[in-house]
Design a protein around this ligand. Structure first.
Ligand code: ATP
Length: 405
């Protein structure tokens, strides 16, 4: 009986132990679940922390680069005046001071007139910048390498010699002027009646010096580009410096440089601003720079004297109507390629009194038309005589105010 009891006790206690173990096991499983849950949470936390660290690092880098940028001294904006073979350039600061500086190797090409950034102390050129200038201006001017040469000009021997001396020689042999120690004019003013060959002279000198010919018409600058005149002048000169050697030809310069009036309408003020800019540009470059200015006018009488003061367009060349021998020379030029038969050019030249070079050329063209209308391939004396009458009549009509005048 006692044994039975003992057995029962053992079984009972074993049952209790098993229950305890199961309970303990359950509790442990719950703890494991809880721990796993906690691990998951802490993983998320760690990931967040990592992301936050990356973000903070980025922020730090950005701020420190901004800080070092702010610590750097600002760069100066300057204009390039000339460059040389040693990768150096003469620059002009806005205060007008000029310096000879190094060009960074990262800049492959620079041209006179370019805008650049330079370091404050060392003044090394670190970057070429585009201020939105120079490109637009090419739309407003005629820019070419002219083909006209001295042989295309009839007569005007003295005028040709003078323009050669003032424009051609300094461009071709600047060292001569340096040696002798004189300053050539920056430009010339050609004046005289219409059609006498002023543009032709300017183009021929551009051709003989292989210079870029940049043509602007004074009246267009003030009428077409209202409010833009002064800016355009500045940009035209920058363009000329970039394309040097170059010749800036300003036709009808009187439209910009007429004697200034005291009372000013807004239109007059605009012309004045453009004119002042033109004077500033003329004063701003050196005589031996590779940019020359040729102004042309039919109205020297109304021209402001400021324009022709020493150091500006101080060489005046009069281009007058040709005399008979001049007209003969012009006739020879324009009949060179024509199929002439028994034409007495000398006699014709004497009949064309008061004709300009342009009118002499018009006579040659008209004479050719008379031949074509008569089914001929050669041009005779009569064709020329009729042509002279026609051109004279047209000129008289124009003087009387044209067909509708
Ligand atoms: P404007 O004052 O009206 O601008 P301009 O004096 O500039 O006139 P040009 O444009 O040079 O005159 O001349 C017009 C054309 O007349 C020339 O393209 C040329 O064909 C002819 N011509 C004028 N003068 C001469 C000349 N001396 N020799 C040959 N051709 C000439």
């Amino acid at each position: 009986m006692a044994n039975e009891d003992t057995k029962k006790k053992v079984v009972y206690s074993e049952t209790i132990e098993l229950d305890d173990l199961e309970t303990e096991n359950k509790a442990l499983l719950e703890t494991v679940d809880q721990l796993e849950e906690e691990k998951k949470l802490s993983d998320v936390h760690v990931r967040r922390m990592e992301e936050e660290t990356v973000m903070l690092k980025e922020l730090f880098n950005k701020t420190s680069s901004e800080l070092s940028n702010l610590k750097k001294p600002s760069l100066l904006v300057a204009d390039v005046i000339t460059t040389d073979k040693d990768h150096k350039a003469v620059i002009k600061l806005p205060n007008g001071n000029k310096f000879y500086c190094n060009i960074s190797n990262e800049i492959s090409e620079l041209f006179p007139g370019d805008s650049v950034l330079v370091e404050q102390k060392a003044l090394n050129i670190v970057k070429r910048i585009d201020l939105g200038e120079n490109q637009e201006v090419e739309k407003f001017v005629i820019m070419e390498k002219p083909k006209e040469n001295w042989k295309d000009i009839g007569g005007l021997k003295e005028e040709i010699e003078e323009i050669k001396e003032v424009i051609e020689l300094p461009l071709k042999k600047p060292e001569l002027f340096k040696k002798v120690g004189i300053k050539p004019p920056k430009g010339v003013l050609l004046y005289g009646p219409p059609g006498t060959g002023k543009t032709l002279l300017a183009k021929a000198v551009a051709q003989s010096t292989n210079a870029t010919f940049i043509e602007v018409v004074g009246s267009e600058l003030v009428q077409k580009f209202i409010g833009e005149g002064a800016k355009l002048i500045k940009e035209i000169f920058n363009l000329a410096r970039r394309k040097a050697p170059s010749i800036v030809f300003i036709d009808e310069i009187d439209a910009l440089a007429a004697k200034r009036m005291e009372t000013g309408t807004s239109g007059e003020r605009e012309v004045n601003r453009t004119f002042m800019q033109l004077l500033a540009e003329l004063d701003g470059f050196k005589c031996l720079d590779e940019v020359k200015i040729i102004g042309a006018t039919n109205r020297i009488d109304i021209l402001d004297h400021a324009m022709i003061r020493p150091g500006r367009l101080d060489r005046l060349i009069e281009v007058s109507l040709p005399d008979a021998s001049g007209r003969l020379e012009v006739l020879k030029v324009h009949t060179k390629e024509m199929n002439l038969q028994k034409v007495k050019l000398k006699e014709l030249s004497e009949l064309m009194e008061n004709f300009s070079g342009a009118e002499v050329r018009a006579v040659c063209t008209e004479a050719g038309y008379f031949a074509i209308r008569n089914d001929r391939d050669h041009v005779g004396q009569d064709d020329f005589l009729m042509a002279i009458d026609k051109v004279r009549m047209e000129e008289e009509e124009e003087d009387n105010g044209g067909f509708f005048g």
